[in-house]
Design a protein around this ligand. Structure first.
Ligand SMILES: Cc1cc2nc3c(=O)[nH]c(=O)nc-3n(C[C@H](O)[C@H](O)[C@H](O)COP(=O)(O)OP(=O)(O)OC[C@H]3O[C@@H](n4cnc5c(N)ncnc54)[C@H](O)[C@@H]3O)c2cc1C
Length: 531
């Protein structure tokens, strides 16, 4: 059996960071195991390749949510990255840290060491950002974060128009104050995606003390009593075991990590018995507490033939592809969202509770995928800190069978109310005089949708994940926790979770930056225990 000091499960955002940081110590051995491949396909490198990888099983687990009455019994496509870089290899590149208050809330819940002041150094450690204040932005980290260079004329009009609504321009929404309108910062370098693989794993796998096992699925964790000692893996239909001398670090993501724990006997014993898993340790919270951002999009048809829709087919698309291969510019170098805003659903609240995305393009039925065949623009919105909670549940003792993913979108009334306000604000943003002069009509939801009930029905029918699953192995000090603030799984030895699943509450933003920060901090916690 092969032996390593540390075994990292998953080479996604968090696994890439941890493999890199642990292997900086040359006299320890690290093995990283990844179910997918190397992800060196042009669709991964091209920022606009996002639209292709969103439903491609070569790079994506392509899960679906369980039906739920709150979203009018729809199954919703639920992408998760597979292969080097994990979800950071198929994500929308937006780099958003959240608000200081998000992390201060984590600390107030008893997670000492996770307040904004505590975790800011880890955000900075990851990052290389040319401009921005050195007080808040990283200047020599491995992750390249860039500003948008090509500013589309329709985006400029959208921003100008927002001034009529009294919205301020936000110079750096990652500096501690989010409120206002801005161009998104992205994990893109010279017009190409810069995933966690590019920033962290690529360096690590060149080191002699790192072994990478790609196209290898972890089937089960092996326990001796309550101590995690190794893994059962499968590659090319061959099953083998590997042994961890010191620790196993789970970085399989907010779906993969609770799923692996459950099939390994860690979970609710009643559930484990139902699916034929031999119980090892009872923790009823494994897989519970799932949170996600649920987005809805308002779209207008416009009278100018200069939206992205017109460039995305036929010979124009071919020219854009050539342009990207030659200069790394144009349509193919664009992220799915260009302009963003953090705004309050009501003037009475302290911090923004809505996040907006604006794109000079429109999609059939508002779902990212196929662009419409007439010029269009889209303003999308989601609630920053949804209150609804769902779950991940294994359906079999075989990890290869997909688990149930039930995010319970819109379960809580407050989530419904805030999204109704969000749709109304999207409409206002698309009715400023700058946008009005180029608009033909509203195509989604359409002018006939007027009352709150009609808007809510539209939200139920047309919303979808914005891919920010968290919270399914929650960090805490109370009865609902799976890991403690050192990220060790409660009641077990030699095993931690260090990915998006540990977030106790949702950060006000897209979740990649927060996941990288968690992994940076986890690496320090592990190194500290080593000394
Ligand atoms: C389509 C999409 C768009 C997104 N857009 C953005 C965005 O624009 N900005 C942003 O900040 N965030 C975005 N996110 C979210 C962000 O990318 C994730 O929060 C983050 O990458 C999660 O990192 P992770 O390490 O927890 O999991 P992942 O990066 O998903 O990594 C988990 C890894 O574990 C592997 N794995 C799982 N199970 C096993 C197993 N049993 N054996 C071996 N390997 C296994 C997986 O294949 C995967 O590589 C997006 C996510 C998606 C899916």
């Amino acid at each position: 059996m092969q032996n390593y000091d540390y075994i990292v499960v998953g080479s996604g955002s968090s696994g890439s960071v941890i493999t890199n940081r642990l292997s900086e110590i040359s006299n320890i051995s690290v093995c990283v195991i990844e179910a997918g491949g190397t992800n060196q396909h042009p669709y991964i490198k091209m920022p606009a390749g996002f639209i292709k990888t969103i439903n491609d099983k070569r790079f994506n687990w392509c899960f679906k949510t369980e039906k739920n009455k709150n979203v009018n019994n729809r199954e919703i496509l639920f992408p998760r990255g597979k292969g080097f870089g994990g979800s950071s290899s198929i994500n929308g590149h937006l780099y958003v840290r959240g608000q200081p208050d998000d992390y201060n809330q984590w600390s107030q819940l008893g997670n000492y060491g996770w307040s904004y002041d505590d975790i800011l150094p880890y955000f900075k450690k990851s990052e290389f950002k040319e401009n921005g204040s050195a007080d808040t932005r990283g200047k020599d980290g491995p992750l390249f974060v860039s500003d948008i260079v090509e500013k589309h004329p329709i985006c400029e009009e959208f921003i100008k128009g927002s001034r009529e609504l009294g919205i301020k321009i936000q110079e750096d929404y990652n500096s501690g104050d989010q409120e206002g309108i801005f161009y998104y910062q992205r994990t893109i370098k010279n017009g190409a995606r810069y995933s966690a693989y590019d920033a962290f794993l690529k360096t690590a796998i060149k080191r002699k003390n790192v072994d990478v096992k790609k196209n290898t699925m972890v089937l089960k964790i092996i326990f001796e009593g309550k101590k995690a000692v190794g893994l059962v893996c499968e590659k090319n239909n061959k099953i083998f075991q590997i042994h961890a001398n010191k620790e196993i670090i789970l970085c399989a993501g907010a779906i993969g990590t609770p799923h692996l724990l459950q099939v390994s006997g860690i979970g609710n014993f009643e559930h484990l018995n139902e699916i034929g898993v031999k119980p090892v340790h009872e923790n009823k919270n494994v897989g519970e507490g799932l949170q996600d951002h649920y987005a809805v999009r308002v779209a207008n048809k416009i009278n100018l033939p200069n939206s992205l829709n017109e460039k995305a087919s036929g010979y124009k698309l071919a020219l854009e592809i050539i342009k990207w291969f030659m200069f790394r510019k144009g349509l193919i170098s664009y992220s799915p969202a260009h302009v963003g805003a953090f705004l309050k659903s009501s003037p009475e609240i302290d911090f923004p509770d809505l996040q907006f995305v604006f794109t000079p393009a429109s999609y059939t039925e508002g779902m990212i995928g196929k662009l419409q065949d007439h010029p269009g623009i889209t303003c999308g919105v989601w609630q920053s800190r949804p209150q609804s909670r769902g779950y991940i549940r294994a359906t079999s003792n075989n990890i290869k069978i997909d688990p149930i993913i039930q995010p319970n979108y819109l379960k809580e009334k407050i989530d419904q109310d805030i999204l109704i306000e969000g749709v109304k604000m999207c409409r206002k943003l698309l009715k400023t005089s700058n946008i009005e002069k180029i608009s033909v009509n509203e195509t989604l939801p359409g002018e006939h949708v007027k009352t709150n009930n009609e808007i809510l029905n539209f939200v139920r029918n047309n919303g979808a994940t914005v891919y920010h699953a968290i919270g399914s192995c929650k960090m805490g000090v109370d009865q609902s926790a799976v890991v403690n603030p050192s990220l060790k799984i409660l009641g077990l030895e030699n095993i931690r979770v260090a990915d998006a699943s540990i977030m106790p509450t949702m950060p006000s933003g897209n979740t990649n930056a927060a996941t990288l920060m968690i992994a940076e901090k986890a690496s320090d916690l592990i190194k500290k225990d080593l000394n």
